[in-house]
Design a protein around this ligand. Structure first.
Ligand code: CA
Length: 520
């Protein structure tokens, strides 16, 4: 009987977890769902999905309705300050898998790093404990996935239309829009899984990564209405560091013809291409006739960017809805933990930028919503500082497995259950490396608290910035040289030193960590 096999399996897991936990001197953490069965894990992961684009985060600049993500938040817990440790795609993925900072897992940048697939990851630990493990979508770590019974990944960054996908058996082109395909394949895997064992399914989207190509059905979704501009669209960076002024991610200077949809994106053909041209060509013709310049050009690019980026998010929201519906259809919603997140945030025109990388809030803060039946209170919020380093410990704790001591994060269970967590972290260490290409963001490290950030730009500039989000929420001023901040500066310097030692990032940075061109 499947139910007997499942019960026996769950019993083994519980006994093993209690044994291992007691041997490690830890109490078993919230591991089982409310009805005592081992929960499944559905990890829905987007790429460059930022809080400002989601209605559940209720940002002042209301850009988009995301009803399915709203539903997930209504039924679970929304984390309002989930911060990344190195705001760029591959490094964040490696951090999630390992529960470690870049200098510990060896994946510093997207330029020249290849994930050491022999190292400890949470999927491997779950697989070893009997979980079914599957990964579908974007991987982008160079080496092939390990720790998964089943995987189907996009090569590299992947493409939006008719993407090739790689499996252990080879590569084949799949017809359709990438977000829909990743959802389809995830649902197919769910339907053929072994229903007697718990699963980990990682559904990892490419969207809404650059070049922000929408599903054909979403072209013109906004009826050409103007999207509200951020207050800092024309930030002049006065009073800020040279490091910030030296950026190459501005809508004024960095927007490519592919970003602007003046050239067709890769992979699109047939009726999709006809529909794509029918949407963009008349609007591009109007742009050429008007020939905007200066601020008008930035404004035009911002509107084009918002149409495309937010359309990609609409498809992500639909994917979330389809996956939640599938859990309902399968009758496993009450025994499945659903986690929605992204590898970092993204600038939606703040400071005149797109992209990420910086320690600044729109980049370093990423969405995190957790629906853990029987544990998370529906509609609850958490404003504590959590991070991608916490994901692996959390997933292991959900499975009732011990958290290896070399993982650098903390399981979120006390926060998920709204237990008192007086000893929870009050600051987070940050370290970004990739330089100078592709966006000329100086390597920097810093400390982040509820209110402040202290940032050090490394290399020849050797500059510091002190940000105060309470006084200056848009982060357009540095208070580093303000005498009124002398005590704050001293405390933050001490905290940065303490955290740098705590995460063991005291050694010299290897030259290859910066990418292809070593920093001077
Ligand atoms: Ca990313």
């Amino acid at each position: 009987m499947p139910s007997i096999r499942r019960f026996a399996f769950c019993l083994r897991v519980v006994v093993a977890a209690i044994l291992i936990a007691s041997l490690a001197g830890r109490g078993p953490q919230e591991a089982m769902a409310a009805d005592g069965r081992a929960p499944n894990l559905l990890f829905i992961f987007a790429d460059d999905l930022t809080c400002q684009a989601l209605s559940t985060y209720g940002e002042a600049r209301h850009l988009l309705e995301t009803p399915n993500i709203d539903r997930l938040a209504r039924e679970g817990m929304r984390f309002d300050r989930c911060l990344v440790t190195n705001s760029i795609c591959g490094p964040s993925r490696a951090t999630i898998l390992t529960g470690k900072y870049s200098h510990k897992n060896g994946f510093y940048n997207n330029a020249n790093c290849r994930f050491d697939a022999t190292q400890q990851t949470f999927p491997k630990l779950l697989q070893g404990a009997g979980w079914q493990t599957a990964l579908i979508g974007k991987w982008h770590l160079g080496s092939n996935p390990t720790g998964f019974d089943h995987w189907r990944i996009l090569p590299g960054q992947g493409i939006y239309y008719n993407p090739p996908m790689i499996t252990a058996g080879g590569t084949s082109v799949e017809r359709g829009y990438v977000t829909d395909l990743i959802t389809d394949r995830s649902i197919e895997w769910l339907r053929q899984r072994d229903r007697d064992r718990p699963f980990l399914l990682m559904t990892q989207h490419k969207a809404p990564h650059r070049e922000w190509s929408p599903a054909i059905r979403h072209l013109g979704w906004d009826g050409d209405r103007p999207h509200p501009e951020p207050a800092t669209l024309f930030d002049d960076f006065s009073g800020r560091s040279q490091a910030v002024r030296d950026h190459d991610m501005g809508l004024d200077r960095t927007f490519t013809p592919l970003d602007a949809k003046f050239v067709t994106p890769p992979g699109i053909d047939g009726e999709d291409l006809v529909a794509w041209n029918a949407h963009y060509e008349p609007r591009n013709e109007a742009f050429r006739a008007a020939a905007p310049a200066g601020r008008d050009l930035v404004r035009w690019r911002y509107q084009r960017y918002m149409h495309d980026y937010l359309a990609c998010v609409k498809a992500i929201d639909e994917s979330v809805g389809r996956l939640l519906d599938e859990l309902d259809r399968e009758g496993i919603a009450d025994e499945t933990v659903v986690v929605l997140s992204s590898d970092q945030g993204f600038f939606l025109g703040e400071h005149g930028w797109f992209d990420k990388r910086w320690i600044f809030e729109e980049s370093v803060r990423t969405p995190l919503i957790v629906r853990f039946p029987g544990v998370t209170r529906p509609g609850s919020h958490c404003d504590r500082i959590v991070s991608l380093i916490d994901f692996a410990p959390t997933f292991l704790a959900i499975a009732g497995l011990p958290v290896p001591p070399d993982m650098q994060g903390q399981a979120l269970q006390p926060l998920l259950a709204e237990h008192a967590a007086a000893d929870w972290r009050k600051s987070l260490y940050y370290h970004y490396y990739e330089f100078p290409e592709p966006h000329h963001v100086r390597p920097h490290r810093g400390v982040i608290t509820d209110r402040h950030k202290l940032v050090h730009y490394e290399g020849d500039l050797d500059e510091w910035e002190l940000l105060d989000r309470k006084v200056d929420p848009t982060e357009t001023r540095s208070f580093h040289d303000d005498p009124a901040y002398a005590d704050t500066l001293r405390d933050l310097r001490a905290e940065l030193d303490r955290l740098q030692a705590q995460v063991d990032d005291l050694g010299p940075v290897p030259a290859e960590a910066y990418g292809n061109t070593p920093l001077e």
